[in-house]
Write a protein that binds this ligand. Structure first.
Ligand SMILES: C[S@@+](CC[C@H](N)C(=O)[O-])C[C@H]1O[C@@H](n2cnc3c(N)ncnc32)[C@H](O)[C@@H]1O
Length: 405
């Protein structure tokens, strides 16, 4: 069933010593939209009507993602608790933003999102964007621009020539991540979103929301078992359905969101922040597993390699994905990162010995404890039916509030 899988982690290389020029570049490119602040208007998140259509609660939208905390998010937020006044929540490995999204219900409104992947940061950012922050005034409204993008003729570009059967014309592999038609739609829509920004029809925030919509629509028609580590030999029925963008349910409350794309070790947080960290805990490198989403998010056309057409990703290899580096990496991060309270999710399945970690933190003077969360079924993209291992999730909690008073 699976045609190709070549997610070898290879030699250990921390992202600190690798070249990160494109990531750093993107940090700069984000300068215009990094901080969004609107007049405070914070009703509770609830269902309602927007432009005549029924709006469902935003948290109903879930995205398939390795290590997503969507099923645990409300439990985690209960443990994190509500903000003190205008305190900021830092989501240091935000992924799809499931925990920050759930934190809205506990009253959090100020967020610093960070992820090494632009595709992940984009998806998380869009989920925390409100109707007022993305009014789409320059294009007659959100639904109108989605209608326009869906009406575009397929136009093959990098995605179609690299990740659909059209790839056979350029290399000796027939890649079947997407049908030719869907891949050509992705190319046409991605190009058009870029044009809308270039001529000023959409703002940078609206642009980011549309890219997130495209990433979500792409996921819905990908011919994969859940990640982009491999494609399937036979077409699934969903992969043959036409790709359609759907307008998301933008928040009815206003948030203040800063998005950073880069290594968590370069993230600057404030001693008054509450920090939530959800590092990878296995050897699966997100930059390799989500390489196609990353190319769509960047809108570039990198030189790719191998059967799966991997974009260069080793500069983004995560130190947390190496068994022999993870213990020190996690310990250093927790000791170094500023925050009045710091939380870290981790799994019994991971590389880090959590009892040892808490012992080291306490020996360094931290008030640290370990909370058991609950048993959950492990997300395995290529799981054989019926094979479901129980995994214990943990939360390491550090409290520096007394120390800072
Ligand atoms: C377990 S997932 C987070 C899932 C997220 N909490 C959610 O619910 O969707 C880990 C994330 O960390 C990111 N990541 C891995 N190494 C990183 C690093 N050194 N700095 C920043 N982000 C990193 C990955 O791209 C991935 O999105």
């Amino acid at each position: 069933m699976i045609a190709a899988c070549e997610m070898c982690v290879g030699s250990a290389r921390s992202s600190k010593c690798s070249t990160t020029s494109d990531v750093v570049g993107y940090r700069r490119a984000f300068a215009g939209i990094r901080s969004i602040r609107l007049p405070s208007h914070t009703p509770r998140l609830r269902s309602g009507h927007v432009r005549g259509r029924r709006e469902k609660p935003t948290r109903a939208m879930s995205l398939r993602y390795i290590g997503s905390k969507s099923r645990l998010a409300s439990v985690l937020v209960d443990l994190i608790g509500p903000p003190k006044a205008t305190q900021r929540l830092v989501d240091g490995f935000c992924g799809t933003g499931a925990v920050s999204l759930a934190a809205l219900d506990a009253g959090w409104r100020r967020f610093l999102l960070n992820d090494a992947l632009l595709s992940a940061g984009t998806m998380a950012f869009a989920r925390l964007t409100s109707q007022r922050q993305a009014p789409f005034d320059g294009v007659d409204g959100y639904e109108e621009v989605i209608r326009y993008l869906n009406s575009l003729e397929p136009d093959p570009g990098f995605i179609a020539h690299t990740y659909s059967p059209l790839s056979l014309a350029n290399c000796d592999v027939e890649r079947k991540y997407f049908s030719e038609e869907n891949a050509s739609r992705i190319d046409a829509i991605r190009r058009s979103i870029e044009d809308l920004l270039a001529v000023g029809d959409v703002t940078e925030v609206e642009y980011r929301v549309l890219i997130a919509d495209l990433l979500q629509a792409t996921n819905a028609v990908a011919n994969t078992a859940g990640t982009y580590g491999c494609f399937l030999r036979d077409w699934t029925s969903v992969a043959l359905k036409p790709l359609r963008l759907k307008p998301r349910e933008l928040l009815r409350l206003d948030t203040e969101v800063t998005l950073e794309i880069g290594d968590v070790n370069s993230l600057r947080t404030d001693p008054t922040d509450v920090v939530y960290l959800d590092p990878p805990y296995t050897k699966r490198q997100y930059a390799a597993y989500y390489h196609i989403l990353e190319s769509i998010a960047y809108g570039d056309a990198p030189e790719v390699s191998g059967v799966t057409g991997l974009r260069p990703w080793r500069h983004n290899a995560s130190v947390f994905c190496y068994s022999r580096l993870a213990q020190d990496a996690v310990t250093d991060l927790l000791l170094r990162i500023a925050g009045s309270r710091v939380f870290m999710s981790y799994s019994s399945d991971g590389f880090v010995d959590l009892s040892e970690l808490v012992g080291v933190l306490q020996a360094k003077g931290e008030t640290a404890r370990l909370c058991a969360i609950q048993e959950i079924g492990r997300y395995r993209p290529n799981r054989v039916a019926g094979e479901q291992a129980a995994v214990q999730e943990w939360l390491v909690a550090i409290n520096r509030e007394d120390a800072s008073e």
